[in-house]
Design a protein around this ligand. Structure first.
Ligand code: NAP
Ligand code: MG
Length: 492
């Protein structure tokens, strides 16, 4: 193995590459061509158990948890620095495995670097409190790491969404077992190798590729599992919540969205159109926080739609590795079927396809999973395309005539992740920020987040928050200590 990013990708347990107990391998496909580019070991239940055992031992014996937090912080900074020097290689690997344009992969890896730096800075600030209590007593709290934390990641931002929860767990002193998505495990394995190089003790960061049903469930069922963090579909999120509840383990769930974008007549339409295009076509729309429902005032509907349509039709599709490409393929042929299935259903329900709605059939794209940027209008409110997460480059447009109607449309969703408002009016902006049933709101911006800000959904979009200082609290528990100081002392 010449570099951290090199194939084949084995399991990474106890500070080394290990083949799975079954010796099974699967091929990773490049979504731009559907041709294999590398192999990955497929883990089993036994591998999951082995990883939990190794992590548990490392947690108790490696000194990682007991260490001065500053030492953990330094190791995470070294990891961030190493990753930054390999940014291009990691970005290429992510693009090859997942399909997104290189420019986006570079942004993802940079975000991972920044996340590591942010949580590295918090590693020596995990503090308890002193609490005044009656009598001659001392009451204080300790913040202790949980032990072994389990992380189950999706394929849409493979390394970014994995490290978003792994970084605070490590900073707080836990030992981690990560299961990446079966479609996109490459960068997670490469990252674990890099952590080893950065001096993270053996067994503190383990990666077990394998199926969710087998490896994922075995990790959660393991008695050594102390918490679960999951990002992915609502259906699997519910299953994970049940498994965790049966074992009285906390679960952080980051599930889907159906993000509303409300555009008022006073908005800067050029900027809004760009933000809207970014919010639904970036990552080919495969985003939990995709801004997929455009709720626009009827007085500006025509000019805004013209602009959004021009953006959709002007996007350069192609393999993520090619220069100047603005939208890559979807992750898999199944995802193409799923997305186009929603579009066909919307059409049958009476929706109008403003643009797109089909595969890209140019000779250079036909073998890959390319779907044209799509805009739907007049989608009936009961259509699944308006109610469910499509997870593809498909925008639905809904007109409104007064603000209360806009608010009603925006909140008429099972989901509540990110809401967007475009207006120059401060009162409208703040009042919508308060009344939108979402965990996050952006005003006059495309979807945007930072490692220091909470990332959270309400309703069916999730349970618990990621990022920010609260993440450190989520990966620690509070212990109360009460001391009697006056015992044995006599009044003189
Ligand atoms: P998924 O099934 O929810 O997969 C997410 C992760 O959970 C993967 O690592 C998966 O492993 C694992 N998993 C699956 N079943 C599990 C189980 N029973 N126990 C433990 N872990 C399990 O998502 P998907 O099937 O890849 O995508 C389907 C749809 O989910 C998408 O079209 C999209 O709507 C939504 N999705 C949302 C997000 C988001 O960020 N909110 C991300 C991805 C997908 P395997 O890879 O081995 O199945
Ligand atoms: Mg699935």
């Amino acid at each position: 193995m010449a570099t951290a990013e090199g194939s084949p990708y084995e399991l990474y347990i106890g500070g080394q590459d290990v083949p799975g107990t079954r010796g099974a391998r699967s091929e990773l496909l490049d979504p731009a061509t559907n041709r294999p580019f590398a192999q990955v070991a497929v883990g089993s239940k036994d591998d999951a158990r082995a990883a939990m055992e190794v992590a548990d031992r490392a947690f108790r014996e490696s000194g990682w948890a007991a260490d001065d937090g500053a030492r953990r912080g330094k190791a995470l900074v070294r990891l961030a620095t190493l990753l930054e020097t390999r940014l291009e290689a990691f970005a290429r690997l992510e693009t090859q495995n997942m399909g997104k344009p290189l420019r986006e992969s570079r942004g993802d890896i940079q975000y991972v670097v920044r996340t590591l730096e942010y949580f590295a800075g918090l590693a020596d600030k995990v503090e308890g409190t002193t609490i005044p209590v009656p009598g001659s007593r001392l009451d204080y709290t300790l913040r202790e790491p949980l032990g072994v934390t389990v992380h189950i990641a999706p394929w849409n931002y493979p390394l970014l969404l994995a490290v978003r929860s792994v970084a605070p767990a490590l900073a707080a002193g836990n030992a981690v077992v990560l299961k990446p998505a079966s479609l996109t495990p490459a960068t997670a394995v490469a990252f674990a190798r890099l952590a080893h190089e950065a001096g993270v003790p053996d067994g503190i960061l383990n990666v077990v590729p394998g199926s969710g049903g087998e490896v994922g469930e075995a990790l959660i069922a393991d008695p050594r599992c102390r918490s679960v963090t999951f990002t992915g579909s609502g259906a699997v999120g519910r299953r994970i919540a049940e498994l965790a509840a049966a074992r009285l383990r906390p679960a952080t769930l980051e599930l889907g969205g159906k993000g509303p974008v409300v555009v008022f007549p006073d908005a800067d339409l050029d900027r809004a159109a760009k933000g809207i295009g970014y919010g639904i076509f970036q990552n080919a729309g495969q985003m939990c926080w995709a801004a997929s429902r455009l709720i626009v005032h009827e007085s500006v509907r025509g000019p805004l739609l013209d602009r959004v349509r021009a953006i959709a039709e002007g996007l350069r599709l192609g393999p993520g590795t090619a220069d100047g490409v603005e939208m890559g393929p979807l992750v898999s042929p199944e995802q193409v079927e799923r997305v186009l299935g929603f579009v066909d259903e919307a059409r049958n329900d009476g929706a109008r396809v403003v643009t797109g709605g089909l595969r890209a059939t140019e000779p250079t794209l036909a073998a890959g999973n390319f779907v044209r940027p799509t805009v739907l209008a007049e989608v009936p409110s009961t259509s699944r395309a308006l109610r469910e997460e499509i997870f593809g480059p498909v925008l639905a447009v809904l007109p409104f005539s007064d603000p209360e109607e806009a608010l009603g449309l925006a909140n008429d969703s099972e989901y509540g992740l990110l809401g967007t408002v475009w207006t120059r009016d401060l009162v409208t902006a703040h009042s919508f920020a308060r009344r939108l049933e979402c965990g996050m709101v952006v005003v006059n911006e495309a979807p945007l987040t930072f490692p220091q800000s909470p990332f959270a959904g309400v309703k069916a979009s999730g349970v618990g928050a990621e990022q920010g200082q609260a993440a450190i609290r989520a990966y620690t528990r509070e212990k109360n200590v009460l001391l009697q100081l006056g015992a044995g002392r006599r009044k003189g």
